[in-house]
Design a protein around this ligand. Structure first.
Ligand code: SF4
Length: 459
């Protein structure tokens, strides 16, 4: 039986999960392009398939094996086709994943993406015989360095929006969350490198920058004592050409007064702030180890309300955490009524292996969780509709155009407060335009272009 030479020329990356994963895939793609590989739009055209995985929710983690299972037959017939798994499931399961899906060629964890070119070199050098199975390579141990390994960021010439990593990992221990296990402890990039990257993307045409980190506002420059997130945000806001600055995902605890003052004082920092609450009950917040209580959180909202800008708040919420009673849930409802979020991401609790809460009695029946979630989401829809009618309907808003809407006819774009607006227009992605909001639903806004200057000029 002859050997089949492995020559990896093309790649396809499938990404699940958050913006951090999206950005990691961007960086991995850039690394592979620098090695001479060409990205292709579909897995069946690729010599190398990378699955960048998410394990935050059970459903996402389960999807990994069904995605891999579908490629098994191709792998059997074509040993030169390589399959690699990256991301949080790779990090968490490592060798276990290699056992469950032995046809996978490599599993690379969240600290080790820079090693991918070496992994590919080794695999190409091996060239297995047809039918021969080699063992899966597993590289998932955390690196012990205080800063993340710098990876070449993609060439983003012409992109109107760019993500820039500020920090990785998390030093908190929220009882429901797997992130500290999948991303490791906090590692901050030096501000000089962050600012160089921001200046580069702005010079290349980006008008919006999104600063990324698992607890982005806990940022501390490892090379400049005393330089924290407030300073970084102020320095990013001063970069010429940037019209919109966003950051995700913050922790309420790290919104110090100086961070709020920088947001208040710089109109190019978006007037939208994510304040993940998870529960409005102090008892549950303590069990969750969230490091804030409901009164402290209310006071934080008041600070944003008094800061001089109309800040749109958004949040994350979990219902049915172990031990959550009707009274605890009622506290959540009260806090939601107080906060009046413009957006909410809400979920039923599901135990995730590896978290502190995993062995706890998941004692809220599923039906009860569903009812609480339905009640919470109904309330949130009512609040959103009220806000959409009061704050947006009839008003003119500035939109950064992103592309064609789902109906294939309109365009869609985002307000600075992160509201998606659909409208008829002729603008290109990356252009700003003014639209009047003419229709408002709980989840959508419809706009009408004011005047299209280019058409007016042409007449
Ligand atoms: S702060 Fe809590 S929820 Fe956020 S990433 Fe860290 S452990 Fe997870």
């Amino acid at each position: 039986m002859g050997t089949q030479e492995i020559m990896v020329r093309t790649f396809f990356i499938e990404t699940h999960g958050c913006q951090m994963n999206e950005h990691d895939s961007e960086k991995v793609g850039s690394l592979l392009r620098h090695r001479g590989l060409i990205p292709v739009p579909a897995v069946d055209q690729a010599d190398l398939y990378l699955l960048n995985t998410c394990s935050v929710r059970e459903k996402a983690a389960r999807k990994v094996y069904s995605r891999l299972g579908r490629l098994r037959r191709r792998k059997r017939n074509d040993p030169g086709f390589l399959i690699g798994v990256l991301g949080c499931v790779a990090q968490q399961e490592g060798a276990e994943l290699a056992k469950k899906a032995p046809f996978v060629d490599f599993v690379v964890g969240t600290h080790r993406y820079h090693e991918l070119p070496d992994v590919l070199d080794d695999l190409e050098a091996e060239s297995p015989s047809r039918g021969q199975r080699r063992s899966t390579r597993v590289a998932t141990s955390f690196l012990d360095e205080p800063t993340p390994v710098e990876m070449k960021v993609p060439d983003r010439e012409g992109a109107f929006r760019a993500a820039v990593t500020v920090m990785e990992g998390c030093n908190k221990r929220c009882a429901f969350c797997i992130v500290p296990q999948t991303r490791g402890r906090e590692r901050n990039r030096p501000s000089s490198l962050i600012l160089d990257e921001v200046r580069r993307v702005a010079a290349a045409g980006a008008v919006e920058v999104q600063l990324l980190g698992q607890t982005v506002n806990s940022y501390r420059d490892p090379s400049r004592p005393g330089y924290g997130f407030a300073q970084l945000l102020a320095d990013v806001a001063a970069v010429p050409g940037l019209k919109r600055i966003r950051f995700t995902s913050p922790h309420p605890r790290h919104f110090s007064d100086d961070v709020i003052a920088v947001i208040a004082g710089n109109s190019n920092i978006c007037d939208q702030v994510h304040l993940p609450l998870q529960s409005g009950s102090n008892r549950i917040l303590r069990r969750m180890r969230r490091q804030h209580d409901a009164d402290w959180y209310r006071a934080l909202i008041e600070k944003f309300r008094r800061c001089g800008r109309d800040i749109a708040l958004s949040t994350d919420m979990i219902v049915g955490f172990p031990g959550e009673s009707d009274a605890d849930f009622e506290e959540t409802i009260l806090l939601v009524k107080f906060a009046r979020y413009e957006q909410m991401f809400s979920f039923k609790y599901s135990p995730r292996p590896g978290t502190e809460a995993f062995p706890w009695d998941d004692d809220v029946p599923d039906l009860e969780k569903t009812q609480r979630l339905t009640m919470l989401q109904r309330l949130q829809r009512e609040i959103q509709l009220e806000i959409h009618c009061d704050k947006y309907l009839g008003h003119v808003v500035e939109i950064l155009v992103e592309g064609t809407a789902r109906d294939g006819q309109r365009l869609f774009g985002r307000t600075k407060s992160n509201k998606i607006v659909n409208f008829f227009g002729v603008e290109e992605p990356g252009e700003f335009t003014q639209v009047r909001i003419v229709e408002a639903g709980p989840n959508s806004l419809l706009g009408e272009a004011l005047v299209d200057c280019r058409l007016a000029d042409a007449v």
